[in-house]
Design a protein around this ligand. Structure first.
Ligand code: SF4
Length: 229
């Protein structure tokens, strides 16, 4: 795994011109009308939690609202999965566990990814595979657009987006560094065939162990498909 690219992305993110991003925020003029669409699996795959989000949810609502973020990063030769953080649990229909069907049960205390959505500032490919910084997700698919956003509010959005995106990358970097150390200390190897085999068993209902990177170390979770559906 390559830490250099992540370090470079952090530098590029931090030096992304503020004025360019402020212009985008002003032009998009997004206002959340609490339609709740972004809280459903129809729009978003999962709600990833930075460590401080996960800690806040554990303190306020309880650990039972968390699950290992899906799409585990890797598997070791003993069949244990590893992932870079927690996500919010979902309901059987895929909606966020805090979504009531019309609003967020903990709107004021929602995770940071929910606060910044649909703003983003990370590199990803477009439909033609061209990789560049993307700034807005789900444009014109929900909420209200072309509103006038005050200058201070624009600056606050910019600050929060940069904080979230760099927090995400730093968590990813910490995960990779800890994986290298943990695997070396415990004489483990990354095993792709084992990943596929264990995933097939998991999909048939077998419980699996997932080591979640949290606050610099790994938390062991044992999950079955029922628990994360
Ligand atoms: S935490 Fe709240 S705002 Fe975030 S996805 Fe869940 S219901 Fe929506």
């Amino acid at each position: 795994m390559e830490t250099f690219n992540i370090e470079k992305e952090i530098r590029d993110l931090e030096s992304f011109p503020d004025e360019k991003y402020l212009k985008i925020i002003r032009e998009v003029g997004f206002v959340c009308d609490r339609c709740g669409k972004c809280c459903t699996s129809e729009f978003n795959d999962h709600i990833f939690l930075l460590d401080d989000d996960a800690q806040r949810i554990i303190d306020n609502q309880g650990r039972e609202y968390l699950r290992p973020a899906p799409h585990f990063d890797l598997c070791d030769n003993l069949g244990r999965f590893y992932v870079m953080g927690y996500a919010l649990k979902t309901k059987p229909n895929g909606d966020c566990i805090f979504y009531t069907g019309s609003s967020c049960e903990h709107y004021e205390n929602r995770p940071r990814i929910c606060k910044i959505y649909p703003y983003m500032l990370h590199r990803e490919p477009d439909e033609d595979g061209n990789i560049d910084f993307r700034q807005i997700g789900g444009l014109d698919e929900h909420g209200l657009y072309h509103n006038e956003i005050g200058e201070e509010a624009c600056k606050e959005i910019l600050k929060t987006v940069k904080e979230y995106e760099s927090g995400f990358l730093r968590q990813q970097l910490g995960f990779i560094e800890e994986i290298e150390k943990y695997f070396k200390d415990n004489n483990l190897r990354i095993n792709k065939q084992m990943y596929d085999r264990m995933m097939r068993l998991y999909q048939k209902g077998k419980a699996i162990e997932v080591y979640v990177f949290y606050k610099g170390g790994f938390e062991k979770e044992v999950i079955t498909p029922v628990q994360i559906s």
